[in-house]
Design a protein around this ligand. Structure first.
Ligand SMILES: Cc1ncc(COP(=O)(O)O)c(C=O)c1O
Length: 420
């Protein structure tokens, strides 16, 4: 980060100045259908600050080269930048060592990696995997695939009508057949923050490993893997103001050491003969092939940016937005919020009487407001609430109360048109 950037970040850290922060995100100046863009789809992906965009461009203009294997200067520079990003991420989530940080394409790939590598080695017929009723499909299907192969079973932690895990039911599900517990830290559809620390503590009494899907957590909460004592944790760069196509799997070193590779190819080997192949040390054992070098470096910059703004400053700002938005939309007749957990991040999911979410989303788009409508890759959760879909507004560090006013005005207009 250059001096100017650092100085700006320093200022941001002292006073959270949303107007100033917005200047860092060029896309926020965009007009959509002639209206100012009001971007409220942050749970799907966040926008990127100029520093991340510039870093990716800088990589391709000044460093582009393949990493690890080259002896020439550019390869050295690219390797250094890629590995520095890994170190930045290690500090960001407070991992014990940089070898516990595996670059993946995102949360989805990270969960598949654990399901296939850990699951294939450790699951047997009749074993059980515990997940919750509010999981993203990314934390359901990978486990279903390995369970089908191993004749193991998925067990589901139920949730209440507010969209909170029923913790007592979780304890009842744990038994000697439980091989792993994989739960979402923050629900993408409801915003619910789950008591993952409590779940981990309980599971560890029985030496059961716990995987945390932190895709919606790292951008809102301080995540400290040592403090949580989780065994695996996954997140995606693009929800953390970083690039798409890059993410992270954190794993405790002894677990990762014991796991076989997930994919075979270049860079993950130590020696290959036709008779036998030995594998590279961590983290490279799990990074087969040429990775998304620019993506990893861009994610390193995103993490630095978020750290400089301060995750607690972001959380405070987003909580104020959520409170304001909840109050405002609650005044709209016929609107029902889905997800009323006591502990929530800035996700506002709702349904409007007699208006399909897709109509709401399409109408709002013409007002310049981007929200997400659909099942949000949580179909079992939609079934739990007996709805096919919701409309979801999700707030990031750059959103404002004025933007929420535009959303509310747009919703009232939508009701005027469709709700008759
Ligand atoms: C809670 C949760 N888990 C997993 C994912 C999957 O992330 P990705 O598509 O970046 O791999 C998402 C994405 O929306 C998510 O919200």
């Amino acid at each position: 980060m250059d001096i100017q950037t650092a100085a700006r970040a320093e200022i941001n850290n002292k006073i959270f100045d949303v107007v100033r922060i917005r200047e860092d995100f060029p896309i926020l100046k965009k007009k959509v259908h002639g209206k100012n863009l009001v971007y409220l789809d942050n749970a799907a992906t966040t926008q990127k600050p100029i520093y991340v965009i510039d870093k990716i461009s800088e990589y391709y203009t000044t460093m582009n080269s393949n990493i690890h294997r080259g002896v020439h200067a550019l390869s050295g520079v690219a390797t250094e930048a890629y590995e520095s990003a890994r170190i930045g991420i290690k500090y960001f989530i407070n991992a014990l060592g940089k070898n516990e940080i595996i670059f993946t394409r995102g949360t989805t790939e990270a969960i598949n990696l654990v399901a296939q590598s850990y699951g294939r080695t450790n699951f047997n017929e009749g074993d059980e995997v515990i997940i919750s009723h509010m999981e993203h499909h990314s934390n359901i299907v990978p486990w279903q695939l390995i369970c089908a192969e191993k004749k193991a079973k998925l067990r589901i932690i139920p949730i209440n009508d507010n969209g909170e895990l029923i913790y007592e039911e979780f304890e009842k599900l744990v038994n000697e057949k439980t091989k792993i517990i994989s739960v979402v830290y923050v629900s993408n559809s409801l915003g619910t923050i789950n008591p993952v620390k409590k779940i981990i503590n309980y599971a560890h009494q029985f030496k059961i490993p716990v995987m945390i899907d932190a895709a919606q957590a790292v951008n809102h909460l301080e995540v400290d893997v040592q403090e949580l004592d989780c065994d695996f944790l996954a997140f995606s760069g693009h929800k953390l103001y970083g690039p798409t196509g890059i993410g992270v799997l954190y794993g405790k070193i002894d677990l990762l050491e014991a796991m076989p590779p997930y994919m075979g190819g270049g860079d993950m080997i130590s020696k290959v003969t036709f008779e036998k192949t030995t594998y590279n040390e961590l983290p490279h054992k799990f990074e087969a092939g040429t990775p998304d070098i620019a993506g990893a470096i861009g994610l390193g910059t995103a993490v630095e940016y978020v750290k400089n703004i301060g995750i607690n400053n972001i959380r405070k700002h987003e909580s104020e937005l959520l409170e304001y938005a909840t109050e405002k939309v609650s005044e709209i007749p016929g609107l029902r919020i889905i997800g009323n957990a006591k502990d929530k991040t800035s996700v506002l999911s709702f349904v409007l009487e007699n208006i399909h979410p897709h109509d709401i989303g399409t109408f709002l788009d013409f007002e310049g407001v981007a929200i997400r409508t659909g099942h949000h890759c949580t179909q079992p959760l939609m079934d739990r609430f007996k709805i096919p879909a919701t409309s979801r507004a999700s707030f990031g560090m750059y959103n404002t109360k004025e933007e929420i006013d535009v959303l509310v005005k747009g919703l009232k207009k939508t009701i005027g048109v469709f709700g008759k």
